[in-house]
Write a protein that binds this ligand. Structure first.
Ligand SMILES: Cc1cc2nc3c(=O)[nH]c(=O)nc-3n(C[C@H](O)[C@H](O)[C@H](O)COP(=O)(O)O)c2cc1C
Length: 355
């Protein structure tokens, strides 16, 4: 058992990323029941609805799960408002994940409530700050990751730098994880586990829009790019998305409404360049919306129930660890990422806007 699994009470040392518009109660509870770290995205959820979603998860799993906050988007006060209603609903053993550094009050509130604090960072400096705030687990995000990016280093290099400086820290990597072999490779390089987001976007229980799921399943790594285009609602933070008609255009079209997302019967208009991803309640020109996706999409091939995906990763992880133990040696220290299902290189077949 790795230190990540031990610290958070997981069977498999894998966290499912909290993902706005994607990771609702059903996905979180399914991943949790399967023995990995299911996580509920709170993103911009109003506190009362956030508390209701947490109750739904708690009723659906007896295993540990997490809730994810994004202080950079809600602001420190908004984040504390969410936590004030959510923390009392969390069962013992539930954990809180923060995208980026939380402020001192937020970190303090989580610690005071007795829940493990998991902080995702993208730099060595932020890793030190998060540990100083009392983070129990650091998630080290590499630039391969889907979604908003916290640093400029690939996961391997960030892990090497943080592990060298903080040998005793509990570290998970984020970015590039879609198979049990990927997870075993990360552990062999000094991680205690990993976080995966893109892997779970097409899951049966994910609330991503069906077109978003289809595009992730079809995509290879080079169908993604880093941009700062989708900045309405979350400015000043580059993000990795699937290429689409907007990313192929130079110049900026007017930010008129292109879609509508319905939540609890209320309709929210979505402007062009919104940071919102298309969910199952979105209608309109979803193909122009931000579909966050990591380079690991090359190895994401199916729309399975999350339990099937977690069981597959568990088998692959154990197999990779056994084969590493059977033939230790420098040549086996990190294996090439050739395992798992890969998609053919479709460079020649892409749509015009993906070139
Ligand atoms: C569709 C999508 C939405 C995301 N939304 C969030 C979010 O709301 N909160 C968060 O902490 N991270 C979010 N992330 C980033 C993840 O925490 C993580 O860094 C990333 O998923 C890891 O890379 P991978 O997607 O290649 O596995 C999102 C990622 C994706 C793909």
């Amino acid at each position: 058992m790795t230190r990540l699994a031990a610290r958070l009470g997981l069977v498999l040392p894998l966290l499912q990323a909290g993902m706005g518009a994607v990771a609702g109660p059903e996905l979180c509870a399914s991943v949790s029941r399967a023995g990995a770290g299911g996580t509920l995205a709170l993103y911009k959820e109003p506190p009362a609805r956030a508390a209701r979603l947490v109750r739904e998860v708690a009723a659906a799993t007896g295993r540990p799960f997490g809730v994810n906050v994004v202080p950079e988007v809600t602001g420190p006060a908004g984040c504390l408002d969410q936590l004030r209603t959510v923390l009392p609903e969390l069962p013992r053993g539930a954990f809180v994940t923060s995208f980026g550094l939380p402020d001192a009050d937020t970190a303090g509130a989580v610690r005071a409530a007795g829940h493990p604090l998991v902080v995702q960072v993208g730099t060595l400096v932020d890793a030190g700050t998060a540990l100083g705030q009392g983070a129990d687990v650091l998630v080290l995000q590499g630039t391969e990751a889907g979604g908003h990016l916290l640093g400029r280093l690939p996961a391997d290099l960030l892990l090497a730098a943080v592990r060298a400086r903080y040998p005793d820290a509990v570290l998970a990597v984020a970015g590039g994880i879609a198979t049990g072999q990927d997870l075993a490779d990360a552990v062999a390089r000094g991680a205690d586990g990993a976080m995966a987001g893109t892997l779970f976007v097409p899951a049966a229980e994910s609330t991503a829009h069906p077109e978003f799921k289809r595009r992730v399943i079809d995509a290879v790594a080079d169908d993604t790019l880093i941009t700062s285009l989708f900045d309405i609602g979350w400015p000043r933070r580059p993000h990795r998305v699937l290429r689409n008609p907007l990313t192929a255009t130079t110049g900026r079209a007017p930010a008129t409404f292109i879609a509508t997302t319905r939540v609890d019967g209320r309709a929210y208009p979505v402007p062009r360049y919104s940071a919102a991803a298309p969910g199952d309640g979105t209608t309109g020109r979803v193909e122009e919306m931000a579909m966050y996706c990591g380079r690991s999409c090359t190895r994401v091939t199916a729309r399975h129930p999350a339990a099937v995906t977690v069981a597959r990763l568990s088998r692959e992880y154990e197999r990779a660890r056994r084969s590493r133990a059977a033939s230790p040696g420098p040549e086996n220290a990190t294996s090439a990422r050739t395992s798992g299902s890969h998609k053919p290189d479709r460079t020649q077949e892409r749509q015009p806007w993906t070139t």
